[in-house]
Ligand binder design. Structure first.
Ligand code: MN
Length: 460
């Protein structure tokens, strides 16, 4: 564990000093240009946009570029990410309330959102400017326990946001408040610790406060501060805190919006948040998550991998690792690594993996010598250890993601592919070639190899 909690600014600084933060020219347009640059840079670096569209507040985007970056945030090797996350969900760490925060040093009481926040438009057919990286925090009206989640929020007017809320925990709170004819107070935090962003995606039961999972991820109790106009506590290190209310019975148009699936989430009538107050740091930074970008995919993927490995390892000690591929939008394509499964066990694992999360659609089971985070490696296992007449299991008419446009209203066919070496096979037949030393990471620097010293070989 690091000595201090990783705040968003500490993470940005770490990216900067290691050459992974690009700074754009000032004045990049908030309509598409900012998103286009973010998308082009997303496998290489995060991007900081000074005065985008002439707005005084800078925007940062692309804070997660790979699973290695997620591992760095959690301060563990990449193979430990899913297990570390699963352990934090199981053993949360209560937050620590502080009495003041720089996030409350500037206060707007009749907020004009587009004036205060540099809200970008991301994908081609998005319905307008969106707030995409806000942690939506609400309290259960019955228990007082909080919930944290991220929702796409479209600017609806100068002080309202149309917000897409699925029938999960916040919605349960909202329904309870609405039944009594009451507003549901909510706060939206932008620029909190990346640990809070990761924790917001946890698959925890209702009345499990995701801010406590954020603390448990690296063992630092998350400092929180009470809001100014409601009773909600929020990460004290946020850049912006929006305080408002979800209005009972009111609906407002939202969408389309470019989603993780690389398709548009449809337009619909959604909930409406009226914002009463905005506070922020003296020189705040606004964070945006590009819809369908790597950051969007990896945030959701990390929490899902944790749930999946937890469920599979409860039943099978031979399961050593799982990975949701970027090509499968970190949702649909799962690779499962096993170490010497018992005869017949591979099929059992495959069948369970297809049911472990509704969004998982295709599963590939591989042996320990395959790197499941390299799609090329998984493809090699399929190319050489798999026969379609023998190694396929099919699950018909199963619940799957509504975001998969090939599904029929969220029902469809799932497939498990067994690309493990058959039990009892001649080991030499399936022995993967290797050059001794090929995996030693600093072999090149140890050899003192320098490309600049190479002599010129010109043939005449
Ligand atoms: Mn929850």
């Amino acid at each position: 564990m690091g000595a201090e909690l990783l705040t968003m600014r500490r993470w940005i600084d770490k990216l900067r000093v290691t050459g992974r933060l690009a700074v754009a020219r000032p004045g990049v347009s908030l309509a598409f240009e900012l998103a286009a640059i973010t998308k082009q840079m997303q496998r290489r670096s995060a991007v900081l946009f000074p005065s985008p569209g002439g707005h005084s507040v800078p925007v940062v985007a692309g804070l997660l570029a790979s699973q290695e970056w997620v591992a760095e945030i959690l301060d563990v090797p990449v193979e430990r990410v899913a297990n570390t996350y699963a352990a934090a969900v199981k053993a949360p760490l209560p937050w620590r309330e502080v009495t003041s925060s720089t996030a409350q040093s500037v206060v707007h009481r009749a907020p004009d959102l587009p004036k205060i926040l540099p809200l970008p438009i991301h994908n081609e057919l998005d319905s307008g400017p969106y707030l995409t990286a806000g942690l939506l925090i609400a309290r259960n009206p019955d228990t007082g326990i909080q919930n944290v989640s991220i929702h796409r929020c479209q600017l609806a007017s100068r002080n309202t946001l149309s917000v897409c809320i699925l029938p999960k925990h916040v919605n349960a709170f909202y329904e309870a408040a609405q039944a009594q004819g009451r507003d549901l107070p909510v706060s939206l935090c932008i620029g909190a610790s990346p640990l809070a962003l990761l924790a917001s995606q946890a698959d925890a039961p209702i009345d499990h406060d995701e801010l406590e999972i954020a603390g448990a991820l690296t063992g630092h109790a998350l400092p929180v501060v009470r809001c100014l106009a409601n009773e909600i506590v929020v990460p004290a290190d946020s850049e912006f805190i929006l305080e408002g209310r979800l209005l009972p019975h009111i609906r407002s148009s939202e969408g389309p919006f470019g989603e993780f699936s690389q398709y548009y989430g449809e337009k619909g009538e959604r909930h409406l948040i009226e914002i009463d107050l905005v506070s922020h740091k003296p020189q705040p930074i606004f964070h945006t998550i590009l819809g369908g970008g790597l950051e969007h995919l990896l945030l959701g993927g990390t929490a899902r991998e944790a749930r999946i490995i937890q469920a599979l390892r409860e039943r099978y000690s031979s399961v050593t690792d799982v990975a949701l591929s970027i090509g499968g939008s970190c949702r649909f394509h799962l690779a499962v690594k096993v170490n010497r499964p018992q005869p017949g066990e591979a099929r059992q694992i495959l069948a369970d993996a297809l049911r472990v999360h509704p969004d998982v659609k295709h599963v590939v089971l591989v042996d320990n010598d395959v790197d499941i985070r390299q799609s090329e490696d998984v493809e090699w296992a399929l190319a050489t250890r798999f026969q379609a007449d023998r190694d396929v299991i099919v699950l018909r008419d199963a619940a799957m993601s509504q975001f998969d446009p090939s599904s029929e209203n969220g029902r469809g066919t799932k497939v498990g592919l067994d690309a493990t070496i058959p039990p009892g096979a001649d080991p030499m037949r399936f022995r993967r070639i290797a050059v001794p030393g090929q995996s030693i990471p600093d072999l090149i620097s140890k050899a003192g190899f320098q490309t600049e010293d190479a002599p010129s070989y010109e043939f005449s």
